[in-house]
Design a binder for this molecule. Structure first.
Ligand SMILES: [Mg+2]
Length: 177
């Protein structure tokens, strides 16, 4: 059975520009490329799970999200297989959530389709919705954020569920089991 790392996009792999719709605005977070390479080297399958409510709100189309993802993938320049699957959740918050985090649906589907070992699956993100999607799916959440930037709500969630906090993806990969 495979081990896997699920990843949020905005604020985790690339800078969170709030409703990014210009591929030229894609900027990698420090340590992102190194961290993802390291995870691949250690046999982790990578899955991207990104909420993009700008689509559901009618602010930009899904093709804009694809264009930004392509730019991110170009900049990351990961060795094969790169990301195994990419899930874009386009729903706005007032629509019924299908794949929108904290829904565990994408993670659950990937565990079933790719024969992943949920004991060795991690969801890394910078928001509580990332952490909750992991908890809802029964896998291990990891908060990727400098400790000094944690909100009170995040501190409580981290304490309550004993969630690991990592400075960035390089730090995360270096400490993956
Ligand atoms: Mg994020």
């Amino acid at each position: 059975m495979s081990k896997a790392l699920f990843l949020d996009r905005d604020g985790t792999i690339i800078r969170d520009k709030k409703y990014l719709s210009d591929p030229e605005g894609v900027q990698l977070m420090p340590g992102a490329a190194d961290g993802l390479r390291e995870a691949l080297k250690h046999g982790y399958k990578l899955f991207l799970h990104t909420n993009q409510s700008g689509v559901g709100r009618g602010w930009f189309g899904i093709e804009t999200v694809h264009a930004c993802n392509h730019r991110m993938l170009d900049l990351l320049d990961l060795p094969d297989p790169g990301f195994t699957e990419i899930c874009i959740a386009p729903e706005s918050p007032d629509e019924p959530a299908v794949y929108r985090k904290p829904s565990p649906r994408f993670i659950n589907e990937m565990i079933a389709q790719h024969g992943l070992d949920s004991e060795h699956c991690y969801m890394a993100g910078d928001r509580d919705s990332d952490l909750l999607s992991a908890l809802n799916a029964g896998i291990t959440p990891i908060l990727v954020k400098p400790l000094s930037e944690l909100t009170e709500e995040e501190k409580e969630l981290v304490q309550l569920h004993q969630i690991a906090v990592r400075e960035n993806l390089k730090d995360l990969a270096a400490r993956l089991p």
